[in-house]
Every structure is written in structure tokens, then in C-alpha cells.
Design a protein around this ligand. Structure first.
Ligand SMILES: [Zn+2]
Ligand SMILES: [Zn+2]
Length: 455
């Protein structure tokens, strides 16, 4: 079956692909396909796999492989292939899967704040703050002022104004530094976390080495794009005892000490960058640093920052990429010429073009600026694995889960020893026209009822 990419957001409004549907109906595969599609939980860009999985009985005494217990062959499935969720974290790519990701992130952050899922409940009593780290300025941009005065251009921009965040004077805006800052944001954060431990130790009267026997600093962070296209970080930072979240922090560990140490570390940290055309770049955080103590829900009087608010905030931004700043681009560019066709702001176009141009330089090869041009130079927190590798691993994880579900449904007692032979090959992504139409006729996918977010 040919695999086509298709957007199903407006599938309800499109006419049904009648010939393909009537073929499926005539073949008697419609109910089966609907069953397969409902197993995707609303994923609109599933991974398609060709292959098979066979489970054999093994004789416990002789170790000999015996009869076939179960066999799954993708060609015998109603859709002709095994369909597994895409697991994409981005809202713009897959509403259903990003919703799962958002909920998982919410659970993960909440567990670190309140306990649960293996973390003890007393973490709620550990000092913890919610901190926002920004990028420095790269030139004046159109903005909304809090004092009610107009933007420097003389306009009162409304919240939806696309000009917000774009350069007042594109000819003097420092696009080069803006892109390179994003590209060094990860290393800057890593160095900051080292400095932070040093500053915490200093305030406790300990050496860095001694600190480990008394306390640990742990954090969860998320990157977000500001409208001007600069990455900034939101982080939950917590002080624990020497054994991490399992152990209570020492008496000197307070939210005030932590806040003070964060301020000192953030103002001192610097990462040296490349020298381009005689200009030596160095990267620091912007002066705007916001650190707030997180209170537990019980103390909330409507003013305090609560655990729930923090978890919801982080989870929301975990499902977004640079498209929140650029408006449209959520995947890598193959050719810079594609830029002309995209419905993005001129400011975003300049940032991407700058990343692309810098990406041609041999001395900046390690920053992989062309591959990450769509992220405005930022390589993201998923930089440790290549996209393709993770997609395939994720797909196989899902294939196993799919198999387990099928097994459970069969309601057979599991034999003690089995031998499994499986082979899966990536066959493509997406749904055919008829599958997409059928999928849209199932339950609405979580997250698709809301309006599209262009934060
Ligand atoms: Zn999906
Ligand atoms: Zn303006």
C-alpha cells in the first residue's frame, strides 16, 4: 500500500475518499481497520512497520523450541502494516501524541514537587524554586510596555500583533549573536549548573567536594522561545539531602540560600564562543532573572506560585518548538530556498537564514547550524540522540506494547518459557486518505478540540 502524508486537521470537512472506502468495505476490512486505528489513540502520523513476530513454546527440560504459540504478520493486518503511535512531542506535529507527552511531563514535574511515582512525599518540604533564565538583548524589538506607553515605533501593539518580538531595525539587529547564543544555550546551562553547586557550597561553608556529602542540587528544565526567537529556560531547582530526593536536606538549605546562589551563578557564568570575522563571541545570560519560591498548594492564597502551576507551565512548553516564535516551521529545512515559501515572519526568516549561512563555516561544523536552523540554532534537550534513531526505537517500543495488548486480550495463560523471533522494518509514516477519514470519524483526539496555540 502506498504511504502518503496527509494532514487530517480538517478531515471532517473534506469529502470521504469514496473509492478507497468502498474497496475496504467490499473486502470486509473496515471493522478491522477501525479497530487498528482506535488503538492509535488519535495519533494522526503513525509509524508504519512491515514485519512479523513469532512466539514459540520452549521445552523447559530439553530447551528445545517447540510449537508456535502466536504469530503476528503485518501483511495480515487490516491496514496491511502494523501502525504505531508517532510519539512526537510537538503540538503542531501530532495533537494526540503531544498531549500524551504533555501529561507525562506534568506527572514527572509534579512527582518531583509533591512526591509520587517512586519519589517520597517529603520532597514537598525541600527548598525549591522556579527560575527563568533569559538571553541578553541583540537589539531593540517591537514590544508591549507594561507602563501603557507605546512601543518605540510609536504603535500600541495588541497581544496578537505579529510585529511583536521582531527587530525595530533589522539592519542593526545582531542576528549572528542571536543564533549563536541559541546554539550555546545548552553548554551555558551546563556550566551554570556547575557554578550553582559551587555557590551553594560556598554559602554552606563547604568545599564543592564536601557538598556532595551534605546536599544535592536537582532540577528539571524546559526551553521556550521568546517571540524574538531567543531561547530561554524555565527550571524547577530543588535542594535535597546527600541521597537526592530520598533524603531530607540539611538545616542550612533554604529557598533563600538557593535563590541567592542562583543569582550569583547566573551572573558569573560565561561560555566562550567562536571568533567570526575578527569578532570574538562570548555568551552570558540576560540580566532578567526571575527566581520564585514554590509553595505547596496548601499555602496558596492566590498569590503564591504553586506546584500545580509550575508543573502545568513546564508541561505546556515541553510540547512546543521554535514554531511558537516563527509561526510555522517545525521541521528541518532541506534547502534554504524553502524559506521563501514558508508563512513565517521576516524576523524568523532572517534568523533562519543567518543560521543557514553560519552553518556553511567549517569552524562551526560542531554546532550543526543547518540541521538546527529551524530551531533558530538551538539543538534542544533531545540533542543526545538523533531523531531517526529515537523514532525507530520508539516505534519498536510501541510494537512490543501493541503485542502485549494483543496477548492480554487473548486471555491465555503465558507459558513459562518462550522463544521470540521478530523482525520489523520501517515502512513509512502517516495514514492513507481513507484511514485518515476513518480516524477522524472516531473519538476526537485529546487536545484537538482546543484552538491552535501560536504562543
Ligand atoms: Zn502521533
Ligand atoms: Zn513597535
Amino acid at each position: 500500500m502506498p504511504v502518503r502524508r496527509r494532514t487530517v486537521i480538517f478531515a471532517r470537512a473534506t469529502p470521504p475518499p469514496l473509492p478507497e472506502l468502498s474497496n475496504l468495505a467490499a473486502g470486509g476490512t473496515l471493522p478491522g481497520i477501525l479497530r487498528q486505528l482506535s488503538g492509535l489513540g488519535g495519533c494522526t502520523h503513525p509509524i508504519r512497520l512491515d514485519g512479523h513476530r513469532t512466539e514459540y513454546d520452549v521445552d523447559a527440560t530439553t530447551g528445545e523450541v517447540g510449537r508456535i504459540l502466536r504469530h503476528l504478520d503485518s501483511s495480515e493486518l487490516p491496514a496491511g502494516q502494523l501502525l504505531v503511535r508517532c510519539n512526537n512531542r510537538r503540538t503542531t506535529r501530532c495533537a494526540a501524541c503531544s498531549e500524551v507527552y504533555r501529561r507525562d511531563t506534568f506527572q514527572l514535574i509534579t512527582a518531583g514537587l509533591r512526591g509520587g511515582k517512586g519519589t517520597p512525599e517529603h520532597v514537598a518540604t525541600h527548598p525549591r524554586v522556579f527560575a527563568t533564565f533569559t538571553a541578553p538583548g541583540f537589539g531593540p524589538v517591537h514590544n508591549r510596555r507594561t507602563d501603557g506607553r507605546p512601543c518605540r515605533c510609536g504603535t500600541h501593539h495588541d497581544q496578537e500583533d505579529e510585529a511583536l518580538g521582531s527587530a525595530l531595525d533589522p539592519d542593526t539587529y545582531d542576528y549572528e549573536a542571536a543564533v549563536l547564543w541559541n546554539a550555546h544555550a545548552g553548554p551555558l546551562w551546563r556550566r551554570f549548573s556547575t557554578y550553582l553547586r559551587r555557590e551553594v557550597a560556598k554559602r554552606a561553608g563547604l568545599s564543592q567536594r564536601e557538598l556532595r556529602d551534605h546536599a544535592r542540587v536537582s532540577f528539571a528544565k524546559v526551553a521556550e522561545y521568546q517571540k524574538r526567537g531567543a531561547v530561554h529556560f524555565h527550571a524547577v531547582i530543588r535542594l535535597d539531602g546527600p541521597g537526592g530526593g530520598e533524603t531530607p536536606p540539611p538545616a542550612w538549605a533554604t529557598a533563600e540560600l538557593l535563590t541567592d546562589a542562583i543569582g550569583a551563578a547566573a551572573s558569573k557564568v560565561q561560555v566562550d564562543g567562536p571568533t567570526i570575522d575578527g569578532r570574538a563571541h562570548a555568551f552570558v545570560f540576560g540580566r532578567q532573572l526571575d527566581v520564585r519560591t514554590i509553595r505547596s498548594a496548601d499555602f496558596n492564597d492566590g498569590q503564591e506560585l504553586t506546584e500545580r502551576a509550575v508543573a502545568a507551565y513546564i508541561a505546556k512548553y515541553a510540547t512546543k518548538g521554535a514554531e511558537t516564535a516563527t509561526g510555522a516551521l517545525d521541521r528541518p529545512l532541506k534547502f534554504v530556498a524553502e524559506l521563501a515559501q514558508l508563512d513565517i515572519s521576516e524576523h524568523a526568516r532572517r534568523l533562519i537564514r543567518t543560521a543557514w549561512a553560519l552553518g556553511a563555516r567549517k569552524d562551526l561544523e560542531h554546532l550543526r547550524l543547518r540541521a538546527w536552523a529551524h530551531m533558530l540554532g538551538f539543538r534542544g534537550h533531545f540533542s543526545t540522540k538523533s531523531r531517526r534513531y529515537s523514532t525507530t526505537l520508539g516505534a519498536l517500543r510501541d510494537a512490543r506494547a501493541e503485542w502485549r495488548r494483543a496477548q492480554a486480550a487473548a486471555n491465555e495463560p503465558a507459558p513459562e518459557t518462550t522463544y521470540v523471533l521478530a523482525h520489523w522494518v520501517f515502512a513509512g509514516t502517516g495514514l492513507s486518505d481513507a484511514e485518515a477519514w476513518l480516524a477522524a470519524s472516531l473519538e476526537p483526539a485529546p487536545g484537538t478540540e482546543g484552538e491552535p496555540t501560536r504562543g
